[in-house]
Design a protein around this ligand. Structure first.
Ligand SMILES: Cc1cc2nc3c(=O)[nH]c(=O)nc-3n(C[C@H](O)[C@H](O)[C@H](O)COP(=O)(O)OP(=O)(O)OC[C@H]3O[C@@H](n4cnc5c(N)ncnc54)[C@H](O)[C@@H]3O)c2cc1C
Length: 453
């Protein structure tokens, strides 16, 4: 089966050499259901050459800590074992991609290079740098979105209401079954050495001040287990339960999606086949497909996705008009980080994030909006929210995070609401509003019992 070529972009043209095809795995860290890997295999089979997979490990990546590196590397270990059985060895190389990757390609006499798509700035810089120093063909495949980001829309969308019809129209073309990854028949005469993941996790020179968490286990098999459990016990009630922080109404899949340990397309297919109400499926698929792909669209077409400059003009105008409004409370980054505000609900949400590495989706909105309210400027609020989310959240450093924070603080994908001090026309949220939606005290009490693993 041939891969739909609309999933593929050429980052660098060139004449393929007669060496192995290399898949530079980055965002989509899985062996199964991975369009980028499948495309790399398709080229390698046609050229009758080996297929090698490489992961470039960069310490000090966007405020990531051992919490993230541990989850990622343990997931990669499983992927490495699966790929080894498929005769496409996965090698981990250490260093900045612009140096480490060209050296690796040279040492393996690579014939062409394939990578997966990521709209984040740093990834695009890496790819541009690599493309500028290699001469072999270099392809990028969107293996994360169901509808490839550049195909879903050719511009930044205003909101879910503008991207939804485009995505829904394109879905039938892209929501196709995954072909099976074959055992690769063309191999190198000597296999590259495999990394010792345990050693890497303990010796890597990274920030170790944020602890790993024990409630969630990384890897492709675990991701599928969590999905199947959600299909059996969570999906039917998703529409009613997902906004109540006291109920485990969400799927819990975002860390796996973030590290690419599961494909959104696999999740969507299984949800569509589930025997639950259409309303439950539609509500979940709206989040998984429309909202998630809207976040990628935002980061892809707006290079200021994590700062004030990225906000829509109506939001910048209203926030500028309210710059001088009196703030009832002002907190430093440290006070936010330690959960030392006057608001016990906010502190509980921050504690949930710090200890578990995952804050409930509803609380995330309240959390980010209060950072705007209790900080001197929206620029500072944005920087603090991004820093804390990226540092503590297992699913941080994700387009969903940047879009979610920009929605909360800067009205991205939202509309103008009634004016409120500090917020201007950006949607306001209050403690009392939360009280009317769920049992705030029970959430706070529950979080008090959380301890580091
Ligand atoms: C301030 C703020 C920060 C956020 N930071 C992140 C982040 O760092 N990483 C992250 O993945 N999500 C983030 N979100 C979006 C959303 O809150 C999470 O995706 C969701 O809570 C993850 O839990 P889940 O997988 O159990 O979600 P479920 O409710 O089970 O949803 C399934 C999947 O749908 C997608 N999804 C759900 N809600 C949204 C949404 N609002 N926008 C885009 N996609 C969505 C996610 O991929 C999610 O994993 C943030 C939202 C806000 C308001």
């Amino acid at each position: 089966m041939k891969i739909n070529i609309k999933r593929v972009r050429i980052l660098q043209d060139g004449v393929a050499k007669r060496g192995p095809v290399v898949y530079w795995m980055s965002r989509d860290q899985r062996a199964d259901d991975n369009w980028a890997l499948l495309y790399a295999q398709e080229i390698a089979l046609n050229a009758k050459v080996p297929l090698l997979v490489v992961f470039c490990l960069v310490p000090d990546f966007l405020n990531a800590t051992i919490r993230h590196y541990g989850f990622m590397l343990k997931g990669l270990e499983e992927t490495m074992q699966t790929l080894s059985k498929k005769k496409m060895p996965l090698t981990i190389i250490l260093g900045q991609p612009n140096k480490a990757l060209p050296q690796y390609l040279e040492s393996r006499k690579a014939g062409s290079l394939v990578t997966d798509f990521d709209p984040l700035r740093i990834k695009r810089i890496w790819k541009a740098e690599v493309a500028s120093v290699i001469s072999i063909p270099f392809y990028e495949v969107d293996a994360h979105n169901i509808v490839p980001c550049w195909h879903g829309s050719s511009k930044q969308e205003y909101g879910a209401y503008t991207i939804r019809p485009k995505i829904l129209k394109a879905l039938p073309e892209f929501l196709t079954p995954f072909p099976k990854l074959r055992i690769h028949p063309f191999r190198l005469s000597s296999q590259p050495p495999t990394a010792n993941i345990n050693k890497l996790v303990t010796t890597l020179c990274i920030d170790r001040s944020v602890k790993e968490v024990g409630w969630i286990h990384p890897g492709e098999k675990q991701a599928i287990k969590v999905l199947r459990r959600f299909l059996r016990h969570g999906l039917a009630a998703y529409a009613e339960a997902r906004n109540d922080p006291n109920r485990s109404g969400q799927s819990g899949l975002s860390p796996y999606l973030h590290f690419g340990q599961i494909s959104a397309q696999r999740i969507a297919t299984e949800v569509m086949d589930a025997k639950v109400s259409k309303q439950a499926k539609d509500t979940f698929l709206e989040e998984l497909i429309v909202r998630r792909e809207l976040s990628d669209n935002y980061c892809f077409y707006n290079s200021c996705y994590d700062s004030f400059e990225g906000f829509p003009s109506w939001a910048k105008k209203t926030l500028n008009e309210h710059r001088r409004d009196r703030r009832d409370y002002l907190y430093s980054l440290k006070e936010f980080e330690q959960g030392q505000t006057h608001d016990i609900l906010w502190n509980a949400a921050q504690r949930e994030l710090r200890i578990t590495g995952k804050m409930h989706g509803y609380m995330r909105m309240y959390w980010a909006k209060k950072i705007l309210e209790w900080t001197k400027t929206p620029e500072k609020a944005m920087a603090i929210a991004v820093y804390l989310n990226d540092r503590y959240s297992l699913d941080g450093r994700d387009p969903n995070g940047y879009a979610g924070i920009a929605w909360s603080i800067g009205g991205v994908h939202d509309r103008a609401w009634n004016t409120h001090a500090v917020y201007g026309k950006v949607r306001y949220m209050s403690y009392n509003g939360c009280k009317s939606k769920f049992d705030v005290q029970s959430y706070i009490d529950n979080i008090k019992g959380y301890r580091h693993a």
